[in-house]
Design a protein. Structure first.
Length: 443
């Protein structure tokens, strides 16, 4: 009996997911454990495994489609099985102007276009995503050269058309917009432009110089989310950054002792970043306006420290949360941090683990950065940047010049939530705790 595969809900905060790649085509045999398709939320990527054996009979959505959670994605059943009832009852995701099933369109990695001219009139076939993209970019989907099966226009055809500088109004029709000079707003091709006599071709001597080669790469979903969040953060907050440094002699010596005995004691690899995160989790409760969210006219102070940790991944920056970090041991913080970082880089992190942070730590010290301005993750009120160690001179007790390892810290805070003096007091207490780390551990 045929069964409908729905889009899973990955976390309570996730409303929809984007299909990134189909692993099975219509007609392919499927057995339990086979990967049907890959999909991503705005923060993580997943693979959907088949639970039943049979044949992939129908696909409701194309690659790149944003599918609401729990909506049908495909149908698996026996070959030649009648699935008209299932298609009819689960067709909410299909477009009314889409006569051909989405299942018949292969991924955008299909062979290059074989047609030499756009298709017009009733014969035009275009995927729903291609139509949406054309409307968003302001180009006529009729002008695109189709590269999908059976002369179907898919999204990459619209992007290619837009890359040629084509733009048209809805009323315009006729010659391809890429071949016309637009007189409408923003250079759009109007109906009048299409009926105007074609201009004389430029002579070879007057031909413009060749344009430098380039590639348009669509932003990944996570990159779009990062862009929106960072723009919102910088445009809506009064952000200010204080830079300082502390003598890292104590934490360097402590880490050397750990490295010498960690294996024998069954401890995880504890890094300098873990040590800083531990110190932040202990100092932050003394400064509640930094362990807070700034909402509409309200500053929400949290009793526990839920520490966000910035993780660099191939897909973009992700910030999982160490919940209740102020009650975790140093070893527990180190172990959990590595688990979360590995899950982020593999794309298996739960979306729920990427929410709920009350303060964030981001570390660029491993890349040699001596000072930077981290951007707050709203609605948090602060973020701490951890910088590299630089050896600096100072006068020793005997009056002679000595060099010491100085680790930089950069605190960005929302000046709407707190002033410079409270922010500076947090930095001073944090530096003191790190310079006397053995004492901090004994509290």
């Amino acid at each position: 009996m045929a069964k409908v595969v729905i889009m899973p809900r990955q976390g309570i905060s996730v409303e929809s997911c984007i299909i990134t790649k189909w692993m099975k085509a219509v007609g392919d045999a499927v057995k339990p454990g086979d990967i049907l398709f890959s999909y991503e939320t705005d923060k993580a990527a997943f693979d959907e495994e088949a639970q039943d054996e049979g044949v992939l009979l129908y696909r409701f959505h194309d690659e790149g489609d944003d599918v609401p959670c729990l909506e049908p994605v495909c149908i698996i059943g026996e070959a030649d099985e009648d699935i008209s009832d299932l298609r009819g009852s689960a067709s909410a995701g299909e477009s009314a102007d889409e006569p051909a099933p989405a299942a018949q369109e292969p991924p955008d990695e299909a062979p290059a276009p074989t047609r030499s001219a756009p298709v017009r009139g009733e014969a035009l076939k275009a995927s729903p995503r291609a139509r949406r993209q054309a409307e968003r970019l302001g180009v006529a989907v009729e002008d695109a050269i189709p590269s999908g099966p059976d002369g179907r226009v898919i999204e990459r055809d619209v992007l290619a058309l837009h890359g040629q500088g084509a733009a048209s109004t809805k009323a315009a029709s006729g010659a391809p917009a890429a071949q016309l000079a637009g007189t409408g707003i923003g250079g759009r091709v109007t109906a009048a432009d299409r009926t105007a006599p074609a201009p004389q071709a430029q002579s070879a001597a007057a031909a413009p110089a060749s344009v430098a080669a380039y590639e348009d790469k669509p932003l990944a979903q996570i990159r779009k989310v990062i862009a929106r969040t960072m723009h919102s953060s910088l445009s809506q907050m009064a952000q200010l950054t204080h830079h300082t440094s502390f003598d890292a002699t104590s934490i360097l010596a402590y880490r050397e002792r750990l490295k010498a005995s960690a294996e024998a004691m069954g401890l995880p690899n504890i890094t300098l970043g873990d040590i800083v995160s531990f110190a932040v989790s202990r100092v932050l409760p003394h400064h509640p306006d930094l362990n807070a969210h700034l909402l509409d006219g309200v500053i929400r102070r949290f009793s526990g420290v839920h520490l966000g940790m910035a993780v660099d991944t191939d897909r973009g920056l992700m910030v999982p949360t160490l919940f209740d970090a102020d009650s975790m041991s140093l070893a527990a913080i180190a172990a959990r941090s590595k688990e979360l970082a590995a899950a982020c880089r593999s794309g298996s992190v739960s979306p729920d683990a990427l929410t709920g942070g009350t303060f964030t730590v981001t570390n660029l010290g491993t890349l040699g950065v001596e000072m930077f301005t981290p951007v707050i993750n709203p609605p948090q009120t602060g973020i701490l940047g951890v910088c590299s160690i630089v050896y600096r001179p100072r006068k020793g007790r005997d009056g002679a010049i000595e060099f010491y390892p100085a680790m930089g810290l950069s605190l960005t805070y929302d000046h709407r939530a707190l002033d410079g003096s409270p922010a500076s007091r947090f930095l001073r207490e944090l530096c003191d705790a790190l310079e006397h780390f053995d004492v901090l551990l004994s509290r």
